[in-house]
Ligand binder design. Structure first.
Ligand SMILES: Cc1cc2nc3c(=O)[nH]c(=O)nc-3n(C[C@H](O)[C@H](O)[C@H](O)COP(=O)(O)O)c2cc1C
Length: 312
């Protein structure tokens, strides 16, 4: 998720679940090919399993970027066919590509020919003017014929004129029934459900129908939700990490970032939700979002926040 799942965020989320697949922010082919690719590809070994999400629609460029992803050690490369932002539409990136199934297929084929790691697609159930079930099947079938076997379905359409990206995540109604029909009609494909999932109980329920679930906003705002993913969804017998332990395990990472000239809030801005639902959550958030900008000793502040999570 843009501006959210940067490398610091992913390092933190990985402490909470060893098994969940994590995704980068979307990186455009233009940024990777013409920009500071080392910065865009940078990640910590601890972040695996990790997918790089690409935005683009020029097969040769996507192939080159997929190669870069593979060389950098990513476990999967995912093509974004779901983002509704005007900015990306003008560059033929994101959800507008649902209107061009053959182009997406050509992109997937070029990427698959370039790398051995899985090439997956994240898409909507339609876009305005192209939102029938037959058109959705045409999209998925065409992209499948290019070799894609894993589709992450954000189960609402995107309205490409008139709604902001944020509205496009809330206003078009969720249609889990449409995604379920897709799974039934393309039973050989891996279909992963995305959109509006907030609890592990809901994950369990959806996993009766789908091959996987993807959580976006809830995982970010309430990251401690991930702490039981390994036990509840991956049959792990490991002990569930506590909030305080997760914070303590971030300390060396944060200290190293500060020692390298970085600021603690680059990292802790992604951790504000760790106290969610816990006594002291407000104070925890305040320490790391307000007091942090006044302190000369950020690590002492972090330790203070840690004590709150221990309930002291
Ligand atoms: C701040 C923000 C940034 C996002 N950036 C991306 C992105 O880069 N790529 C993508 O596929 N989806 C992106 N999304 C959409 C989410 O991945 C997800 O599809 C959507 O929020 C619905 O799932 P949820 O209800 O679990 O959040 C973003 C969402 C938010 C809130």
């Amino acid at each position: 998720m843009m501006d959210w799942t940067d490398r610091h965020c992913r390092y933190f989320l990985r402490l909470l679940s060893s098994n969940a697949l994590l995704y980068t922010e979307m990186v455009t082919t233009g940024a990777l090919l013409n920009g500071d690719h080392e910065r865009f590809l940078r990640h910590d070994e601890a972040e695996h399993p990790l997918a790089l999400q690409l935005g683009g629609s020029v097969p040769a460029d996507l192939a080159a970027c997929a190669r870069m992803a593979e060389a950098a050690g990513y476990d999967e490369v995912n093509l974004n066919v779901g983002c509704p932002s005007d900015r990306v539409q003008n560059n033929m990136i994101g959800a507008c590509l649902m209107g061009h199934p053959q182009l997406v297929a050509d992109c997937v084929k070029a990427m698959r020919d370039a790398v051995a790691i899985p090439v997956t697609v994240k898409h909507r159930i339609g876009i305005n003017g192209r939102d029938s079930y037959a058109q959705l099947c045409d999209f998925v079938g065409t992209v499948r014929d290019a070799g894609c076997t894993s589709f992450t379905v954000h189960a609402r359409i995107a309205i490409l004129e008139g709604l902001s990206p944020k509205e496009n995540r809330d206003i078009p109604p969720l249609r889990y029934d449409v995604a379920a029909q897709l799974k039934q009609d393309f039973s050989e494909l891996e279909i992963i459900l995305n959109g509006g999932i907030k609890t592990l109980e809901q994950c369990h329920a959806h996993l009766q129908t789908f091959d996987g679930v993807m959580l976006g906003r809830e995982a970010y705002h309430n990251p401690y939700l991930l702490a039981e993913v390994d036990q509840q969804l991956f049959a792990s017998t490991a002990a569930v990490i506590s909030r305080a332990e997760a914070l303590a395990r971030m300390r060396p990472y944060i200290a190293a970032h500060i020692a390298a000239g970085g600021a603690m809030h680059h990292i802790t801005r992604h951790m504000l939700g760790l106290g969610q639902g816990f006594p002291g959550a407000r104070r925890f958030r305040q320490l790391l979002s307000v007091d942090i900008h006044k302190t000369q000793d950020p690590l002492a502040l972090l330790d203070q926040a840690g004590l709150l999570l221990e309930g002291r």
